[in-house]
Design a protein around this ligand. Structure first.
Ligand SMILES: [Zn+2]
Length: 218
């Protein structure tokens, strides 16, 4: 069984399982283009200030929020979708660590995440991000069976205004997937990320524009 797990805030290492899972599980994007990817999780608090900040900057963000949280801030999120092209992916239904469950329960959790996001946002998620970054080979099987095209981890953490790379390096590099959360500190953290991106001459892009999706999702 292929297992990838790390604890948030301790070791920002996403299992590099590309070779073992045919590229289905990724923590960065192999690209020649000067782009990095902002992913923002959880959405427990999308304040008016953060909402306005994202809207004013029009930065492309891939959101991995829970259905309940998207629902709570539905109007703000739907406006961000319209105004900034924000995309909404699957972060499970209840934020339980899926790798601790059997296959059947993992599948139920992930498929329910899809259905709920689609119900609120009217767009179907394409990617799954396992809560806490914990996944195993059953997660891959379950996500595929729920019609998702990738499991997306991350290789850079940027909450708290500091860039922490999984490889121990500094700054940002092309293809990085940056993890942030919907906290009150998000605008301050984004400032730091934007400064680093401009220093490295990188622009922000959406994962969906750089990861080929299947022609038709089931
Ligand atoms: Zn989360």
């Amino acid at each position: 069984m292929v297992v990838g797990l790390f604890v948030l805030g301790v070791a920002p290492v996403a299992a590099n399982a590309a070779g073992r899972t045919d590229g289905y599980v990724i923590d960065h994007v192999a690209t020649k283009e000067p782009v990095v990817f902002l992913t923002v999780d959880d959405g427990s608090h999308l304040s008016r200030e953060t909402n306005q900040y994202i809207r004013n900057l029009r930065i492309p963000i891939t959101t991995f929020a829970l259905p309940e949280q998207i629902n709570r801030h539905r109007r703000r999120f739907v406006n961000l979708l319209r105004q900034t092209g924000m995309t909404f992916e699957n972060h499970s239904q209840t934020h339980r660590i899926v790798s601790a469950m059997n296959y059947k329960d993992q599948r139920a959790e992930i498929c329910a995440g899809n259905r709920e996001v689609e119900r609120v946002i009217r767009r179907r998620p394409a990617f799954f991000r396992p809560p806490g970054g914990g996944w195993n080979s059953d997660t891959v099987r379950a996500a595929k069976s729920c019609g998702l095209s990738r499991i997306v981890l991350w290789n850079v953490m940027a909450d708290g205004g500091r860039i922490i790379r999984a490889d121990g390096g500094t700054g940002l590099r092309r293809g990085d997937i940056v993890l942030l959360h919907y906290l009150d500190s998000l605008p301050a953290s984004l400032e730091v990320v934007m400064r680093e991106a401009s220093r490295a001459r990188l622009r922000f892009a959406l994962l969906r524009d750089h990861l080929p999706l299947p022609a038709k999702t089931p």
